[in-house]
Write a protein that binds this ligand. Structure first.
Ligand code: HEM
Length: 348
């Protein structure tokens, strides 16, 4: 059967180079190989997010008078609608967590060094888009919490000089969060961001195939490889299965809830709190003046993007302790700000 299928294709297209590539592709084996699974897991979770998102879009209606009702309809009337929505909700959280692990593991193994600089830059831009997905999706259920949290979010860019006010108005589609904002968030979430993200992910994974997996500088003397097809791919599939099992467990044991529909005229409820992945930003804005915090975060993001260009030692295959320490400092700052943000929101 397999041979007949291959012959059928070969009589119509020259797949020789593809078959050679499949046969020759290998993955380096060393003590950090385990981190390679997170890139593949992120890819799998992206697919789950697309599939569940498309299913939700069949029923969702992006207007203030129908958005909350349509999500309630999905939860209560559509077959397995509650499960699809819960998977979409939990998977958004898992995807961000897995991409963060993937990013820091490639950082500490210095996988961004020559020739993979573009992979790092494209990856970092993809993370920004994934956070934008989370931000734009948050408003869609049109609940009290999602409305007022988005209001804080879309007003935050105002502190940026020159473009701040403009950016904020463009996001809102006016001077306050309303029907136009909901429509813009929906369009960004379901059309603009998917197109941009898919383009970047395809490029990222394509470059990954061109360069193959990197070997950390400290492991360069280990020269063991396993075949990608089928050995490594089967292990990837096992990781995806575990990921799916964890996701289904969370989605069924802790189904996503739906808050009450917002009345935009009511005052913002006390303790409106952003999701965990925005807490570090929120806490920084509370500690420092808004302009200083936004300026530092923007500058920090640009430095992070330029890491492969700044780390000259790694590019030459030398140990770069300074960049390892910098990575640890960034990680500690992010975790500390997230934890402090969470604690201080509970106290207030
Ligand atoms: C949804 C987002 C992402 C997906 C689906 C994704 C997927 C992948 C895949 C499948 C690989 C090859 C396997 C591996 O080495 O793990 C890879 C490698 C890589 N990724 Fe990502 N990635 C994403 C985000 C990021 C981010 C945010 C960064 C860093 C800012 C990044 C940097 C890299 C680097 C440097 C490599 C090369 C690793 C090596 O060769 O050792 N990726 N990515």
């Amino acid at each position: 059967m397999k041979r007949r299928l291959i012959r059928f294709i070969e009589e119509r297209a020259d797949i020789g180079p593809l078959r050679n590539w499949i046969r020759q592709k290998t993955v380096p084996q060393h003590k950090y190989t385990v981190w390679y699974y997170f890139g593949g897991l992120a890819l799998f979770l992206v697919v789950v997010q697309i599939v569940t998102g498309i299913l939700l879009a069949f029923y969702y209606s992006p207007t203030p008078s129908s958005a909350n009702e349509s999500v309630r309809f999905i939860m209560e009337k559509v077959n397995y609608g509650w499960l699809i929505r819960s998977i979409h909700f939990w998977n958004a959280n898992f995807l961000i967590a897995v991409v963060l692990v993937h990013m820091f593991s490639t950082y500490f193994t210095k996988a961004y060094r020559k020739p993979r600089e573009a992979m790092w830059i494209i990856g970092a831009l993809t993370l920004a888009l994934i956070l934008a997905f989370a931000f734009t999706g948050y408003l869609l259920p049109w609940t009290t919490l999602s409305y007022f949290a988005t209001k804080i979010g879309v007003n935050t860019p105002r502190v940026l000089p020159i473009i701040g006010g403009y950016l904020s108005r463009v996001l809102m589609g006016g001077s306050d969060v309303g029907a136009a904002t909901l429509h813009r968030m929906f369009t960004l979430h379901t059309v603009v961001l998917p197109l941009l993200t898919l383009t970047l992910i395809i490029l990222h994974v394509f470059l990954g195939q061109v360069f193959g997996s990197s070997v950390p500088i400290s492991q360069s003397s280990y020269d063991r490889h396993t075949r990608f097809f089928p050995d490594h791919l089967l292990k990837d599939a096992a990781v995806w299965t575990v990921g799916l099992a964890v996701l289904l467990t969370f989605a069924t044991v802790f189904p996503a809830n739906l808050g009450s529909k917002v009345n935009p005229l009511q005052p913002a409820p006390a303790g409106t709190k952003p999701m965990w992945y925005f807490l570090f930003m929120y806490q920084s804005l509370r500690i420092y003046s808004r302009a200083v915090a936004m300026g530092s975060i923007t500058l920090g993001a640009l430095v992070w993007l330029a890491i492969p260009i700044l780390d000259r030692k790694s590019a030459k295959g030398e140990k770069s302790t300074l960049f390892t320490l910098f990575g640890i400092a960034v990680l500690v700052y992010l975790i500390a700000m997230t934890v402090f943000g969470d604690i201080s929101m509970k106290i207030h």
